[in-house]
Design a protein around this ligand. Structure first.
Ligand code: G4P
Length: 545
């Protein structure tokens, strides 16, 4: 009897210490993405962050842009040529006593669905602005996603090493345009293009940065006494002091609650290319950005961090390089401790999923992951059955909310160009559909040989065509359809809409949703007026709608 008691308490204490470890490890995680308009410097900043966290010793190892070091797969060649990033890299690095998970998002608007999925897996975002351009269209869209998902946003004003707008003007734009109250953490001394250094707003300390050649090595910083910089740069120093006084007057000080509830944003200035302000941004992520918290399940009940292992699949990708023709699912750990080899349950099918091949993906490199904690991203190989939005769990079942699919606005019928490659064609379409590269729609009328591809942006068609050809040896032809508006309907709606001109009803293969496609908004409105009670629900808009 007493033995049983001892045993129980030993088990309990093991569980308690396990729980405590999960809480500690989760508390050290910072999982975030950078959102920006193309060319604002996301790749440069990503590389610089990794450089400052001492993960890599030469910037350029991650993305391999512009002839810098790096490996690309065959179809990634396309994104390189176009200067876009289709595939998202996941980087993990240690900084101070934290583990930072940086999820890259595609900058191009045509891949907004992919970005949306990535943002389902982060706890914070860094909004990167070009000092000369301020808020740009893609930044605004991505910010909207953050707002919808309640993701706290830090702002980094980049390219301060070259002429740009005034700091106060940029802050004003942020406040006026997106209603986020700026809370500067650092403040530039010297106008854009003539940066002398940064003042720490909370303490008034001034830091000078030494220039580095092209950002390939770390910039060094030097604390310079106020009276020294005031004597060296009287005009710039006085201007910065005036601005800081003004900021204090309007109450722009840091407020954690406002940041976490998405009503205010800490703002930092710098130049990713020269390493200015990059380490300070890492410090801000460690000090200000939230650690993982209990995530709501589909019923709205928070899943405690200490609950048994669970994760959310937010991205599925195949053909990541020539050597690995496998398919990888990127899973964000939401609760518990993940251990390689554990068998998880795939919530959608109830089937077991073995995790023998768990990897971390660093740019193009892969390493085996032995364990992971909430906030971490694990790449699961051989993930044939997994789709973005799926949940995996160990002992205590859970289902996280699905990641919504966007309203497609571009449509094309896809056909195998060569009858002899139909098998490969079908397999390729299935594969790309389950990765979520594009939505695949079908109907009895169109048949299996000529499904309809539905995209948020037309570049998705190019990815599909290139991949079908290079990975599946299935060249295809596309026939564009002139629909532009999608609504969700039901079986009754499908019946009513039969035979209507400029309208077609198709089923989305991934989730069985019945979608009505309309040539344009006016046609949609006419049909709506014609059929009283017809179900026509809007889907989340990815781009122009
Ligand atoms: P993206 O991923 O957001 O599209 O931007 P990326 O990092 O590729 O940067 C876009 C351009 O802006 C690059 O120049 C890059 O060097 C430059 N850039 C990024 N950060 C800074 C900065 O802090 N200061 C200055 N002056 N420039 C910056 P590029 O000429 O288009 O390409 P590259 O040949 O330098 O790679």
């Amino acid at each position: 009897m007493s033995g049983a008691v001892v045993e129980k308490s030993a088990g309990e204490s093991a569980r308690v210490s396990g729980d405590a470890r999960i809480a500690v490890e989760a508390g050290r995680r910072r999982t975030f993405a950078v959102i920006s308009h193309p060319d604002a410097g996301k790749s440069t900043l990503t590389e610089a962050l990794a450089l400052y966290a001492e993960v890599i010793d030469e910037a350029g190892a991650v993305h391999g842009k512009s002839g810098r070091r790096g490996v690309t797969s065959d179809w990634m060649e396309m994104e390189r040529k176009r200067g876009i990033s289709v595939t998202s890299a996941v980087l993990q690095f240690a900084y101070r006593d934290c583990v930072i998970n940086l999820l890259d998002t595609p900058g191009h608007g045509d891949f907004s669905e992919d970005t949306y999925r990535v943002l389902a897996a982060v706890d914070a975002a860094v909004m990167l602005l070009d000092a000369a351009k301020g808020l740009e269209p893609q930044t605004l869209k991505l910010f909207d996603v953050c707002r919808t998902r309640g993701i706290p946003v830090l702002t980094f004003v980049n390219k301060w090493d070259r002429p740009g707008r005034e700091a106060l003007e940029l802050l004003d734009e942020v406040e006026q345009t997106i209603g986020l109250r700026p809370m500067p953490v650092t403040w530039p001394v010297g106008v854009a293009g003539e940066l002398r250094g940064l003042v720490e707003v909370a303490t008034g300390e001034f830091r000078r940065y030494s220039r580095t050649a092209g950002g390939a090595t770390r910039a060094t910083t030097e604390l310079v006494p106020a009276e020294v910089i005031a004597a060296e740069e009287p005009q710039y120093w006085a201007a910065a002091q005036d601005e800081l006084a003004l900021l204090e007057e309007i109450g722009a000080g840091f407020d954690e609650k406002d940041f976490l509830t998405g009503t205010a944003t800490p703002v930092l200035f710098g130049a990713a290319l020269n390493g200015v302000g990059v380490a300070r941004l890492l410090d801000a992520l460690v000090e200000l950005a939230p650690a993982p918290e209990a995530r709501d399940d589909a019923e709205g009940n928070p899943r405690p961090l200490e609950a048994s292992t669970s994760g959310l699949v937010f991205k599925v990708q195949a053909g990541m390089d020539r050597a690995h023709r496998d398919r990888m699912a990127f899973v964000r750990i939401c609760s518990g401790r993940f251990e390689r080899g554990m068998v998880l349950t795939h919530a959608a099918t109830g089937r077991p999923f073995a995790t023998k091949y768990a990897q971390a993906v660093f740019g193009q490199q892969r390493t085996t992951v032995e364990e992971a904690f909430p906030g971490d991203i694990v790449g699961l190989v051989n993930a044939g059955a997994l789709r973005p939005g799926d949940t995996l769990y160990s002992t205590e079942p859970v289902q996280f909310p699905a990641i919504p699919s966007f309203a497609p606005e571009h449509f094309a019928v896809v056909r195998g160009a060569d009858a002899g490659t139909y098998k490969q064609f079908r397999r390729g379409i299935e594969q790309l559909d389950s990765e979520g590269v594009i939505q695949v729609l079908s109907s009895d009328l169109r048949g299996d040989q000529a499904p309809v591809l539905a995209a948020v942006g037309p570049l998705q068609f190019e990815v599909v065509t290139a991949r079908l050809e290079s990975e599946f040896r299935a060249p295809v032809t596309l026939e564009t359809l002139s629909y532009s508006v999608t609504r969700r309907t039901d079986a009754a709606g499908a019946e009513l809409l039969k035979g209507q001109s400029e309208v077609e009803v198709l089923t989305r293969r991934a989730d069985g949703a019945v979608l009505a496609l309309f040539s344009n908004k006016w046609r949609l409105e006419t049909i709506r007026r014609k059929f009283d009670g017809l179900v026509l629900d809007a889907l989340p808009a990815g781009s122009s709608e």
